[in-house]
Design a protein around this ligand. Structure first.
Ligand code: ZN
Length: 302
């Protein structure tokens, strides 16, 4: 059990929803695909940290911190006696090569050097710790988790853990002696408190309510081919059955995520879900789960 869990970012959830409801421009499609791939890699990485002895290690996933107005992100931060480990996780697929301190894809496009990234986040993390007079040694590593990843002309003596080394790395880490103290827990709590929610910038494409495809989607396969009955929603593609209240609430959450300032009304949810036959049903569910406010002849829910 991690001290701080990893959850899908709002940006990723937004992209997922937009990808389903509009045609993403190719640049955004690429960003979205990288986000999905990155998250998938982190989840894979978590399978290794989850096996670490909880009496010896505190795991903080997905930290977004700031020092002197500079933000930085750490995929996982492992606290243990003596040394703490900032981890950068990469889910690169296929072949890459390394040349004069730079990373290249085989088609010669240069990609951001993950070694520079961890150097930067390590330095900034040190600043954060110095400010609270917390002294420890930090050991940063880049973890490549995709089994298809190959790096030609790989540099020796660099803090890189390859897919074939993951199991051994974590076995050795787990075998270290480490006793967690109050200071370790205090640091973990401090970092969780300092964690910034929400990305400082967004890379989403422009979109409006009008240009998005409407419709309640299947909770499992995201298809629009769902049929709503009295109490259940059934997906015609994957057969998944969902409770109607859950389906409506999921749609409202999606709507709020895409349009944080939108006023939730029965008519709006009716139009957004499309497949719910009675407005009465929607009103009943909104009333149970939200507070109703009146403005003129409209009732909206928060
Ligand atoms: Zn489905």
């Amino acid at each position: 059990m991690a001290f701080k869990d990893r959850t899908e970012s709002d940006e990723l959830k937004n992209f997922r929803s937009l990808d389903n409801r509009m045609i993403l421009p190719s640049k955004e499609k690429q960003i979205y695909s990288n986000l999905e791939k990155g998250y998938e890699g982190e989840v894979k990485f978590d399978q290794f940290t989850e096996r670490l002895n909880p009496n010896k290690f505190l795991i903080l996933n997905d930290l977004l911190l700031e020092t002197n107005s500079t933000s930085f992100q750490i995929d996982s931060f492992i606290i243990s006696q003596g040394t703490h480990f900032p981890c950068e996780v990469k889910n690169f697929e296929g072949d890459y090569y390394y040349k004069s301190d730079q990373f290249f894809a085989m088609n010669d496009t240069e990609i951001q050097n993950p070694l520079d990234q961890i150097k930067r986040s390590g330095t900034l993390m040190r600043q954060v710790l110095q400010k609270i007079k917390y002294s420890t040694s930090l050991k940063s590593n880049v973890f490549f988790v995709n089994p298809t990843f190959t790096l030609y002309q790989a540099p020796l003596e660099q803090p890189i853990i390859y897919p074939t080394q993951l199991t051994k790395f974590f076995e050795e880490l787990n075998a270290r002696t480490s006793t967690l103290s109050d200071d370790h827990y205090k640091l973990a709590e401090f970092l969780v408190k300092e964690h910034k929610t929400g990305s400082p910038y967004t890379r989403l494409p422009a979109y409006t309510y009008e240009n998005l495809k409407k419709g309640l989607t299947c909770r499992s396969c995201c298809s629009f081919f769902v049929k709503a009955g009295e109490t259940k929603i059934v997906c015609s593609v994957c057969g998944c059955i969902d409770n109607i209240a859950d389906g409506i609430l999921r749609s409202v959450r999606e709507l709020k995520l895409l349009f944080p300032n939108i006023k939730i009304t029965t008519n709006l949810v009716f139009e957004w879900c499309k497949v719910i036959e009675s407005k009465k049903q929607i009103r009943r569910i909104l009333k149970i789960h939200f507070n109703a406010y009146r403005r003129g002849k409209y009732t909206y829910y928060e």
